[in-house]
Design a protein around this ligand. Structure first.
Ligand code: WT7
Length: 653
């Protein structure tokens, strides 16, 4: 497979750290090198020391890493701690009146919460959860807008040892039901709605629908009143957030849990089957979240950190709900879309709230770039000191715009590579220390043993040849397993090189400076707007429609989303005749099955799909067609070669 991977990117620009940026955490190349060196010479000593100094333990651990049950590694196993204590209580004496969260709603309403207020609200809500019968180890589903209560609910779960699973508010009832059923959650926390794109997202309505479809384990639904719109409440099952907290105490003793106690489950797409629920730990995860905020974002007490990700994604977990709070920083939270009321909203927020560190995705950068320089130029962006990006390879053009127009050539850019599975950033420049190149995540962080290997597992050094991106040693914030499916975890991530390496599923290459360039996914996973979607999932959704016989889904380059979704669909003529706009019907159907994020950009109706003689759909051929490329692959294994010209003829121009 790897011989097919050839790099087409030849980016030669290199930017030395801007003089205007004075790093506070890792201050020099020699300090960075000595951290790397100490991790290389004693991995356990390195992480053990940080875990002791950077986290507060109720019972200290005596043992750093247990490899016995590899690849289900265990970190700081015999230590007890509480994640919410580390994010809140430990700051109260020194930062009680410091702002923890600055919130702005899409309609312009704002709210500021100090660490003390946040602590009280978390405790109150934790007590309310307990009163609903939620306890240690129970699973709680969150289906919330981007409002402080989302963070409060996550922290409250952590406080009582309940395991949260946040489902992105853009997912459909069907997707929500699947996640409830996979986790067997006893409680669902949602809101009457949220504001996004000038509309109200009716979360409660979708949650009700999900519970009609299934999810029988849910006994209680807690509803936060955000929009004030009337929603039906089922007596005995549904409870208003404000009512159940009203008589709750503002103190709640944290539940001390083992370091390995699951903190959360978060679903992500794979190439086959249902989404995987990645299970993350308490101690190791929090250490990764805490350290990367210092190393990569250079966070200290003076910062206002804005990570624009929704809490429904891993980025929103690590860099909204946990990492910055563990460090006692101030976070910015914004509820809505970047284009409401216009494309200047992000920059207006940066100006108004004096944001210092801004972290977003290439898809957002590209979309805002298209609106022109005039829009950001209207705002005072002088508070910004550091910019970050995550989610997909950033194209050099977008990088340069971000650097020049948003960072005003003054702010370093950290291009951070990581995944839902890795829990925290794995490779990134160190701001003010590492010279950057547009499109490269540069080098692994201290303690992260990243490598690029060929199909035999041999390291590939500087070359234009790509290989498998792997991690050779465990790290504290790694996922522990797939919830309820240990075997799938082993098969998916550890089987390729016989358990020796964690296989990320990305291809990458290394340049002559030893910089890493991520080239994209190796499996049938699309990266749409920085989020993973399995082609299988979309295909299954399409095939579930009564009109559809067969479907194949591939990605194609998309200006803003990175990758667009292109479906080839074989329909049943008898059923289809009754629907004059079957293509639109099917697009809407996918939205209902999975969510708006999975809406196909193009659906082409075909009579047949190209298959090998053994019946496998030849997706590579379809990808060439969708990308409007010449077919260079061997088509001799194709069962029916004339099919290709038929499909091409059906393509939109
Ligand atoms: C996949 C992980 C980690 C939070 C966001 C996405 C791609 C992520 C980068 C980057 C190139 C990147 C990879 C990875 N990716 N960051 N800086 N450069 N590619 O999390 O949904 O778990 O997706 O996103 O392909 O495997 P995710």
């Amino acid at each position: 497979m790897t011989q097919d991977i050839h790099s087409i990117l030849t980016e030669e620009r290199k930017f030395v750290p801007p003089k205007a940026f004075t790093p506070r955490r890792i201050r020099s190349a020699s300090q960075l090198e000595s951290l790397r060196q100490s991790a290389r010479s004693d991995l356990e000593g390195f992480w053990g020391k940080l875990a002791k100094t950077e986290l507060d333990w109720q019972t200290p651990f005596s043992h750093v890493l247990d490899r016995q049950n590899a690849p289900h590694f265990r970190w700081f196993e015999d230590g007890n701690l509480n994640v919410s204590f580390n994010c809140l209580d430990r700051h109260l004496s020194t930062r009680g009146n410091k702002t923890a969260i600055i919130f702005e709603g899409e309609q312009g309403d704002t709210e500021t919460l100090t660490y003390h207020t946040l602590y009280e609200r978390v405790c109150r809500f934790a007590n309310a959860l307990k009163k609903q019968g939620v306890g240690k180890g129970d699973r709680v589903i969150l289906y919330m807008p981007m409002i402080p209560e989302a963070v409060i609910a996550m922290q409250a779960c952590a406080r009582i040892g309940a395991i949260h699973s946040v489902v992105f508010g853009g997912f459909s009832a069907e997707a929500l039901k699947d996640r409830i059923e996979d986790t067997k959650a006893c409680c669902l926390i949602t809101a009457d709605g949220g504001h996004r794109g000038g509309k109200i997202i009716e979360l409660k309505k979708t949650a009700d629908r999900a519970l009609e479809l299934g999810g029988a384990t849910v006994k209680n639904v807690i509803v936060f009143q955000r929009t004030g719109k009337t929603v039906p409440m089922i007596s005995g099952r549904d409870h208003w957030w404000h009512e159940i907290v009203s008589d709750c105490d503002v103190a709640c003793e944290p539940e001390w849990v083992n370091s390995e106690h699951p903190l959360f489950i978060l679903y992500t797409s794979g190439s086959t089957g249902k989404p995987k629920g990645l299970q993350h730990s308490s101690g190791g995860y929090l250490l990764g979240a805490t350290m990367t905020c210092q190393w990569v974002f250079d966070l200290d007490d003076s910062d206002i950190f804005w990570c624009t990700a929704d809490v429904g994604w891993i980025t929103g977990h690590t860099y909204v709900a946990y990492g910055p709070l563990s460090n006692g920083a101030t976070i910015m939270m914004y509820e809505g879309a970047p284009t409401v009321p216009d494309g200047g909203r992000f920059w207006k927020i940066c100006e108004k709230h004096r944001v210092t560190v801004f972290y977003t995705a290439p898809t957002a950068i590209r979309a805002l770039m298209k609106l022109g320089d005039d829009v950001p130029n209207r705002y005072d962006l002088s508070s910004l000191r550091l910019l970050g990006t995550v989610g997909e390879p950033i194209n050099p053009e977008a990088w340069m715009w971000y650097h020049r127009v948003i960072g005003q050539s003054r702010c370093p850019i950290v291009d951070t590579w990581w995944q839902t599975e890795t829990g925290a950033i794995m490779a990134s420049p160190i701001p003010g220390v590492t010279a950057t190149k547009p499109g490269s995540c540069t080098q692994p962080l201290p303690g992260i043993d990243l490598d690029i290997v060929d199909s035999e597992g041999n390291s590939i050094q500087a070359s234009d040849k790509g290989g498998y991106l792997v991690v050779r040693q465990p790290w504290p914030s790694m996922a522990r397993t797939i919830w309820g499916d240990d075997q799938r975890y082993v098969d998916t991530y550890w089987s390729q090189f016989d358990g020796k390496y964690y296989v990320a599923g990305d291809s990458a290459r290394r340049d002559s400076d030893g910089y890493f360039w991520i080239m994209g996914r190796l499996d049938d996973v699309l990266n749409v707007s920085g989020h993973r979607l399995g082609t299988m999932e979309i295909e299954s959704a399409l095939v579930a429609h009564p009109c559809v016989v067969e479907a194949a889904v591939v990605g194609f380059p998309h200006d803003i989303k990175g990758e667009g979704i292109h479906a080839f669909v074989v329909t049943k003529p008898s059923e289809t005749q009754q629907d004059s706009d079957i293509v639109e019907t099917l697009k809407q159907w996918v939205v209902e099955q999975i969510g708006a994020i999975a809406r196909p950009d193009v659906i082409v109706l075909v009579d047949n799909l190209p298959k090998t003689r053994s019946g496998k759909i030849m997706r590579r051929l379809l990808r060439s067609i969708a990308c409007k490329e010449k077919i260079s692959q061997d088509t001799s294994t194709l069962e029916n070669e004339t099919i290709l010209s038929q499909i091409r003829a059906a393509e939109p121009n």
